[in-house]
Design a protein around this ligand. Structure first.
Ligand SMILES: Nc1ncnc2c1ncn2[C@@H]1O[C@H](COP(=O)(O)OP(=O)(O)O)[C@@H](O)[C@H]1O
Ligand SMILES: O=P(O)(O)O[C@H]1O[C@H](CO)[C@@H](O[C@H]2O[C@H](CO)[C@@H](O)[C@H](O)[C@H]2O)[C@H](O)[C@H]1O
Length: 492
């Protein structure tokens, strides 16, 4: 495919009227669209769109693709979580596109006989081809950066020729961002909730790729621009190796539990689908990723003051969760006492970590386990997500995930109150214990010290508190899963 001239003026764009981004009708359409998407984190909260800006246009004009930034402000919340900014790329057409009807975001100008039809560009194959071409052309550009006249910069790492002919397929899973596979060649993730600064998913993938880590999909490139108001870097998308033979760790875990439940009275270690060996391999993979991260990012030793700060952050998260999740109140004292134990620790090694690790972030390939999505917890501000933290936070995330797997399977069996429910509950706990133990012992390779155990328990509790808020906002019928775990912690 021939490269569009990146220095050409905008005259290549079709003659479509530009949107009036201050218009109430466009903001109302955007607000309606946001609440219909999986990636909008504000579902269930009152919000208003406070600003809409255009970041630039993709090269090419078939269709015209405008990258919008949408600022959202919630009626309630703390200063830290009241405002968010979302990226909404729009594919603009002069005529309605029947095949994209379900992804229509807005039309303009209001009242026109034949208004511009703007669709979520992630659903539009023609728009996705424009992204792929730009990343491909960047490989040939000076310094491997293709700069467009509207200020977008497509960066490439110095290896791998992308297959430009591959067609796009948007992933439909439960995602915080939008991922598109280009055949079986590459995968592009378009970040939805964006923040100025360096995106941790890109930064960590770049470092692990350059270090030839076996446990990530290689990074091929990323898209960046300058935020229109502050001029700070804003990273919008990344493109990486598509892992052809990958099976999602979460799905594999579910299959293992279903297998266990299908056998009337066998134990977790007696059935064919036993997952413990995989959990152990995953423990080794995580340990190796932590080691590489420690070699390439700054590390430090947290003193007592820093650990006090960590304990205070955990307590604050609990305080903020209490009004959202009333069921937490009965366990608040037990949780606070776990966090107090952390405040008296010192000499804890901290480094760059994943920050939001769970089985859904792991992929089993023929070449072993890969870890994806290094963005950290979507709810935390970027400044916090890039701070050095203890690797035990990631271990805790995985331990929570091993708890979720059997409870989700139980939950899907008619709310699991029927015949055999008691036995299933027993075996669910057994599956979780077995896989947690296999993962932890191969991660650590030794017994944990008392201090490590205290820190790990606090991280597990903190993660479960986070999950109660996450589930209340996104999957309310699942909130009982982290709440039950917190009740078990409280009963110890
Ligand atoms: N390199 C890859 N190759 C194939 N599938 C991938 C790759 N990276 C991620 N995935 C799949 O895409 C899903 C979403 O990716 P993830 O990075 O977790 O996105 P999000 O930030 O939106 O949560 C993952 O659960 C995984 O199944
Ligand atoms: O993958 P994301 O970065 O979007 O992470 C968010 O969504 C996760 C769910 O998709 C959520 O994970 C929780 O549910 C999982 C099962 O679906 C479970 O395995 C995890 O242990 C549990 O935390 C994650 O917390 C949230 O940040």
């Amino acid at each position: 495919m021939s490269a569009p001239d990146p220095t050409a003026p905008d005259s290549t764009a079709p003659d479509l009227p530009a949107p009036d981004l201050g218009a109430g009708s466009i903001r109302a359409s955007l607000a309606d669209y946001l609440v219909r998407t999986r990636w909008f984190a504000g579902k269930g909260r009152d919000f208003a769109i406070t600003d809409v800006r255009e970041l630039g246009r993709l090269p090419g004009d078939a269709p015209q693709v405008r990258l919008l930034l949408v600022d959202v402000e919630y009626a309630e919340g703390t200063d830290a979580d009241r405002r968010e900014t979302y990226q909404v790329p729009l594919s603009c057409y002069a005529e309605p596109q029947e095949a994209l009807e379900y992804a229509l975001v807005a039309t303009w100008p209001a009242g026109a006989d034949a208004p511009v039809q703007a669709y979520d560009a992630l659903h539009d194959r023609a728009a996705m081809a424009a992204w792929l071409t730009a990343f491909s052309d960047a490989f040939e550009a000076p310094d491997k950066v293709l700069r467009t006249d509207t200020g977008l910069a497509f960066h490439r790492l110095p290896f791998y020729t992308l297959d430009e002919t591959a067609t796009s397929l948007l992933f439909t899973g439960e995602q915080s961002n939008s991922s598109v596979a280009f055949g079986e060649d590459s995968l592009m993730k378009v970040f939805r909730k964006v923040t100025t600064g360096i995106n941790p998913d890109i930064a960590i993938h770049e470092v692990l790729t350059r270090a030839s880590s076996e446990h990530v999909a290689a990074l091929y490139g990323w898209l960046e621009t300058a935020e229109p108001t502050s001029g700070e870097p804003l990273q919008l998308a990344m493109i990486q190796q598509f892992l052809r033979t990958a099976s999602d760790g979460w799905e594999l875990g579910l299959a293992s539990v279903r297998n266990l439940f299908a056998e009337a009275d066998l134990h977790a270690d007696e059935v064919g689908g036993d997952f413990a060996a995989e959990s152990a391999r995953l423990g080794v993979a995580l340990a190796e990723v932590h080691e590489t991260l420690a070699e390439h990012f700054p590390t430090a030793t947290a003193d007592r003051a820093a650990m006090g700060g960590l304990a205070a952050a955990m307590a604050r998260r609990l305080d903020e969760a209490l009004p959202v999740v009333p069921g937490l109140a009965d366990h608040a004292d037990a949780l606070r006492s776990l966090y107090e134990d952390v405040a008296s620790l010192e000499g804890v090694r901290v480094q760059r970590v994943h920050g939001d690790l769970h089985l859904g972030q792991t992929l089993r390939t023929v070449r072993g386990w890969k870890i994806v999505d290094f963005e950290g917890e979507p709810a935390k501000p970027l400044g916090e997500r890039v701070l050095p933290d203890s690797p035990w936070r990631d271990v805790a995330g995985m331990l929570r995930s091993f708890d979720y797997v059997p409870r989700v399977v139980q939950h899907t069996i008619d709310d699991d109150e029927g015949e055999g429910a008691h036995q299933r509950a027993y075996r669910a706990a057994e599956w979780a214990d077995r896989n947690r133990a296999a993962f932890l012992s191969s991660y650590a390779g030794r017994d944990l010290t008392d201090a490590e155990q205290a820190l790990l328990s606090a991280y597990v509790a903190d993660k479960a508190v986070y999950e109660t808020v996450y589930e209340t906002r996104n999957r309310p019928t699942w909130v009982s899963i982290p709440l039950a775990a917190i009740a078990r912690i409280g009963a110890r």
